[in-house]
Design a protein around this ligand. Structure first.
Ligand SMILES: Nc1ncnc2c1ncn2[C@@H]1O[C@H](COP(=O)(O)OP(=O)(O)OP(=O)(O)O)[C@@H](O)[C@H]1O
Length: 259
């Protein structure tokens, strides 16, 4: 279990010239929490994740990870985006080992061991020598997840990672994320358009409103921690999904009406 991974955002704002993408975001994510962020298109979800990743600097407020200010990207945070961004010329195992080659001077044997572990954990061992072009979309996202985890980050950031996948593959990936979370105890933050995905994955769902992007609602998902896909058919799941879908819609409409 990771002993780190607690995030605090205090008064975070982000403007791109005249566009205020985020305003006054106050958010504490305890170590080991699985948080989903939803909101209409343009509500600042990706911007928020990029700030946590350290790819952007806020125009106001501060972000800290375990008490230290986030000033740029670092190996303590691993990112996976929708496109997966795997290197087409590298085999699966060399993709998974990529961050380890770059970020840490690990002995070769340990590097191999870690790559093998994450290949197994993500169900890719049999594809270790394959090239990305031989993989399905879901398998490619598994590679991106394994690569992020091989560096042993304290926080895993997922930006619409399954948006391009078919329903079946998407559900397999959701189950994978829940298992990784249960096995590692890492802090995981996932941005998604898909409210069903947010409720299935999250212990907590934060809803963003648009224009400017801000926290509209913070919902605790009181479903069992050892949930499987059948939970999606339970009354409480359906109720939570409807409540959050309504919130997303309401804040989207308010934003349109204000224009
Ligand atoms: N690099 C940038 N330069 C200028 N404006 C930007 C930039 N990045 C984001 N924005 C603006 O900030 C706002 C929030 O964008 P962001 O991509 O974070 O929203 P999102 O909720 O992730 O949207 P989507 O769900 O469509 O991906 C939008 O108005 C967008 O146009």
């Amino acid at each position: 279990m990771s002993a780190r991974g607690s995030l605090t955002l205090a008064g975070v704002g982000m403007a791109f010239g005249p566009v205020t993408a985020l305003e006054q975001i106050d958010l504490t994510v305890p170590r080991g929490q699985l948080l989903a962020i939803v909101g209409a298109s343009g509500s600042g979800k990706s911007t928020l994740l990029s700030l946590i990743a350290g790819l952007l600097r806020p125009t106001s407020g501060s972000l800290t990870l375990d008490g230290a200010e986030i000033t740029g990207p670092g190996p303590d945070r691993g990112c996976v985006v929708q496109s997966g961004a795997v290197y087409p010329w590298r085999t699966v195992e060399r993709n998974v080992g990529f961050g380890l080659e770059l970020l840490r001077r690990l002995p070769r044997a340990e590097r191999r061991e870690r790559v093998a572990y994450w290949l197994a954990e993500t169900g890719l061992s049999h594809l270790a020598r394959a090239l990305p072009k031989q993989l399905s979309g879901g398998q490619r996202q598994r590679v991106a997840i394994a690569r992020a985890l091989a560096c042993e980050p304290d926080v895993l950031l997922l930006d619409e990672p399954f948006g391009a996948l078919d329903v079946q593959t998407k559900e397999d990936m959701q189950v994978l994320v829940r298992r990784i979370w249960a096995d590692t105890g890492k802090t995981i933050i996932i941005v998604t358009h898909d409210v069903e995905e947010a409720v299935f994955l999250g212990q907590r769902v934060v809803v963003l409103a648009s224009d400017p992007g801000r926290i509209a609602s913070d919902v605790t998902v009181d479903l069992p921690d050892d949930r499987d896909l059948t939970v999606k058919r339970t009354p409480r799941f359906i109720e939570l999904r409807s409540t959050i879908e309504d919130l997303v819609r309401t804040y989207h409409r308010k934003h349109l009406a204000a224009r």
